[in-house]
Write a protein that binds this ligand. Structure first.
Ligand code: SF4
Ligand code: F3S
Length: 112
């Protein structure tokens, strides 16, 4: 089992999650973060920290594709352990549907 980041993160990218992870297993894309499911120790500490409620345990149904996406991109995006500045328009994308199709970027972030 692992926790995964879902599309609620896209273009919100608040990064509160990275500050609390005891094993530093968040990885940064251009407009969202993912968790490395192999490194996540299922502590659950990050879940309530996300203002966008983007982090869920993969035991919830329907999250298989998100587990795959987290595994795929955590292997190629840089590690992030320090909260940076969220996008200026982050709040405008909170709770918006269909963000994977509309806005997902495969490009890596800067990491930190
Ligand atoms: Fe890190 Fe714990 Fe969240 Fe896994 S559940 S990503 S180990 S804070
Ligand atoms: Fe994304 Fe929430 Fe972290 S919006 S960057 S999963 S705090």
């Amino acid at each position: 089992m692992a926790y995964v980041v879902t599309d609620a993160c896209i273009r919100c990218k608040y990064m509160d999650c990275v500050e609390v992870c005891p094993v530093d297993c968040f990885y940064e894309g251009e407009n969202m973060l993912v968790i490395n499911p192999s490194e996540c120790i299922d502590c659950g500490v990050c879940e309530p920290e996300c203002p966008a409620e983007a982090i869920l345990p993969d035991t919830e149904s329907g999250l298989e594709s998100w587990l795959e996406l987290n595994a795929k991109y955590s292997a190629v995006w840089p590690n992030i352990t320090t909260k940076g500045t969220p996008p200026a328009d982050a709040d405008e994308f909170k709770g918006v549907d269909g963000k994977l199709e509309a806005y997902f970027s495969e490009n890596p972030g800067q990491g930190s």
